[in-house]
Design a protein around this ligand. Structure first.
Ligand SMILES: *Cc1c(COP(=O)(O)O)cnc(C)c1O
Length: 405
């Protein structure tokens, strides 16, 4: 299928190109020290990850440890309440550890093991990436250093406890605002110093090449399974697929399975409290081209051109940019990007819980809310929603701030 002169039959051979570009987005804007380290990961990725031994080991892990394939559920009661459109959910909430993030963490740490690394390094904000990586590190018996801002450590006590129980070492970052941005810098610094022994594991389809490609490829299991399962369940492809976009890994995983199909694809960003800069994290909707964290993409900037402060009720979505592949798919129009507010999200959180017995992560509830909107406007057809994670982690917050609706 061709779309705006991009040929999707051969898309994965050409995007990204050998330097990590999706059109003008992506690439690798980093120090020379880190360039060497990224080169090493890139070479290892192309030899090790394409080997049949690696592929069969990852396949076994997905089945026997992660519990894949995750099912697709037909949301029958929710669909009936909205009209004739049939809504379905891909159940990444049932992936081990409760979200899609383990898909790429298991791949990244398996690669680390094959490369002979002793330690994995990452930063975490809300703690979801840290927990997934600590899980993978425990499985493979590798050391795990998680850099976390002092402010976030206080806020995210349950995830900090989880990481510690899993054997991870939490490195407290106290300088600056002591939140995610400082933790990113500290993690990269530690990695540049010790890249012989360790490997940096990124949390989404962001960062310098080869991370956006590597994380997409590991997450593409979502789209591959979904396409096959949906065809088997219904005899057709869905008319539309929907996923929430923070950095964009669960969305890229789902979308990659349907890019070459006559399927409408929707990526949903958080509108938070409103359209004012600082009140949302809808970078593709309101941002401009720029470089941060080692890659070129569309980002939200402050008056100095630095990453702007962002906000969303979903801590997993409050990132001031999105992966370069999303910026590319946005510009060529293959994926439509739209927004959902905090209020719409919380409504969808309760609606899915009450009507289907599934408590979604607040991140995923953005996609659910948009799926519900589509159901009302489409009239007929089917929508597949990527339910990226479960909402246990969010229950206390929702009750405290919104009560029982
Ligand atoms: C982290 C997270 C997200 C956002 O990350 P992406 O890379 O955009 O997928 C979405 N849903 C859940 C449940 C998460 O934990």
């Amino acid at each position: 299928m061709e779309f705006n002169s991009v040929n999707f039959d051969t898309y994965f051979n050409n995007y990204p190109d050998k330097d990590g570009f999706f059109g003008k987005y992506g690439g690798s804007y980093i120090s020379d020290d880190l360039k060497k380290a990224m080169q090493e990961i890139n070479e290892a990725y192309f030899t090790i990850c394409k080997s049949s031994k690696f592929i069969s080991e990852l396949r076994k892990i997905r089945k026997e440890f992660q519990g894949r394939p995750t099912p697709i559920s037909h949301l029958e009661r929710l669909s009936a309440s909205l009209g004739n459109v049939q809504l379905y959910a891909k159940r990444e909430d049932l992936n081990h550890s409760g979200a899609h993030k383990l898909n790429h963490c298991m791949g990244e740490v398996l690669l680390a093991k094959y490369m002979g690394k002793k330690k994995v390094i990452a930063e975490t904000g809300a703690g979801q990436h840290g927990v997934a990586l600590a899980t993978a590190a425990a499985y493979f018996g590798l050391e795990c250093d998680i850099y976390m801002g002092a402010v976030d450590i206080k806020k995210q006590a349950p995830n900090v406890a989880r990481m510690k129980i899993l054997g991870a070492n939490i490195v407290e970052v106290t300088h600056g605002l002591a939140t995610l941005k400082e933790a990113v810098d500290a993690a990269f610094e530690a990695y540049a110093k010790d890249y012989k022994n360790s490997i940096y594991c990124i949390g989404s389809v962001v960062g310098p090449h080869p991370f956006p490609m590597m994380v997409r490829d590991f997450q593409s299991i979502i789209g591959i399974e979904s396409r096959e399962q949906f065809l088997e369940m219904t005899g057709n492809l869905p008319d539309a697929v929907v996923a929430c976009v923070g950095g964009g890994s669960n969305a890229m995983g789902m979308f990659s399975g349907f890019l070459n199909d006559p399927v409408d694809i929707y990526g949903i960003e958080p509108l938070g409290r409103g359209t004012q800069l600082g009140d949302h994290a809808a970078s593709l909707q309101y941002g401009t081209e720029g470089i941060m964290h080692g890659f070129n993409s569309i980002m939200l900037k402050d008056e100095n051109g630095e990453p702007a402060p962002v906000y969303s009720v979903a801590s997993g979505l409050d990132y001031p940019s999105s992966g370069p592949e999303h910026a590319f798919l946005h510009d060529i129009g293959r994926v439509k990007y739209d927004v959902i507010s905090d209020d719409e999200t919380i409504d969808a959180f309760f609606t899915l819980s009450r009507m289907e017995g599934i408590i979604p992560a607040i991140e995923s509830a953005h996609a659910v809310a948009y799926g519900m909107k589509l159901a009302k406007t489409m009239g007929t057809g089917s929508v597949l929603i990527n339910l990226s994670g479960r909402g246990d982690k969010d229950m206390d917050y929702v009750i405290e701030n919104y009560g029982i609706r």
